[in-house]
Ligand binder design. Sequence first.
Ligand SMILES: Cc1ncc(COP(=O)(O)O)c(C=O)c1O
Ligand SMILES: N[C@@H](CCCC[NH3+])C(=O)O
Length: 369
Amino acid sequence: MRCICYSIKANDNLAVIRTLARLGSGADIISGGELRRALQAGIAAEQLVFAGPGKTREEMELALASGVGQFNVESPAELEALASAARAQGTQAPVALRVNPDVDAETHDKIATGRRGDKFGIDDGDIAALYARAAALEGIEPVGLAVHIGSQLSRLAPFEAAYERVIDLVEDLRAAGYPVERINLGGGLGVRYRDETPPPVEAYGALVERVRQRIGVTAIIEPGRWLVAPAGVLLTRVIAVKQAGERRCVIVDAAMNDLMRPALYDAWHAIEPVAEPAPGVSTVETDVAGPVCESADVLGRERPLPPLAAGDLLAVRDVGAYGSVMASTYNSRPLAAEVMVRGDALASIRPRQDYETLLARDLVPSWLA
Ligand SMILES: Cc1ncc(COP(=O)(O)O)c(C=O)c1O
Ligand SMILES: N[C@@H](CCCC[NH3+])C(=O)O
């Protein structure tokens, strides 16, 4: 099992997955669709970790038949269902139990996953009994523990608290005679969108390494956002400029269906004009909103922007993670075209192209590859 398993949910564009696969990454997957994408992108099944609290029987069967390297199991019911699916195929499912350590990740409420009562993981107090059950169950091969307490963490302390809890549990399991060989420490390292100060990746890496050495295990991490967020830019064209009460409001052709994060989490993304404003031009506080029929469809509020007119291009920054993957066709709006640009290659793209299917997002023009 590879030590870095890129969390595909952050950006499932095949060109992105292929790039990380070429660099030696495995993948964290959460659905049959992500499993297919990972395989299509050239990641070997044994380098895949299948996570998530709701795997269907069909997804389990597909993952077992493909030879997925690890299942992170999140409940007693899931363990039994997986054992049954594995027995039906005459195989063994390699399983890590996902711990709910009851640690607050100090992030947005909607993306914290490790507190008591969150739907994720198995309460830490129930791990020992379930591990014993896993060891006794035909069709299951317990290999270790997993933990993931949330996304966009801006401090190391919650990681440390969660990992300490996992270390304690590993020691208890070993004392009970189980050879725990693997721990999966999840993802979650935050990025700077505005003024956040996430720990440097070196500090996070050093923490993972300390944990690995303390208990002598293979440690897997599942970064998503940190790897891809800064790599994405959403280009959008101004449709109309209007006054909304006291405020200038610019209506653009991208909307909450393209980038859901501002509407869903009040997330802040930098918004900049693509053309450099002439020197000395003053800025005006501007709301940047989409055409969707929801008041939540605002990409940015009170942004200092220069004078704008219909046809001008704006760039919304840091949308490489949880951007297009969360897009929808609400209001029958087509999905935005996505292209990967390497180095200083100039991409001449139309910001909105009427692709027929979701998978068409992966049609990266060969001249850019
Ligand atoms: C189990 C699991 N692993 C990894 C990740 C990736 O998290 P992030 O993008 O914050 O690194 C997630 C998403 O939060 C997740 O649910
Ligand atoms: N979609 C969230 C992150 C969720 C992480 C997945 N568990 C965001 O945009 O911040």
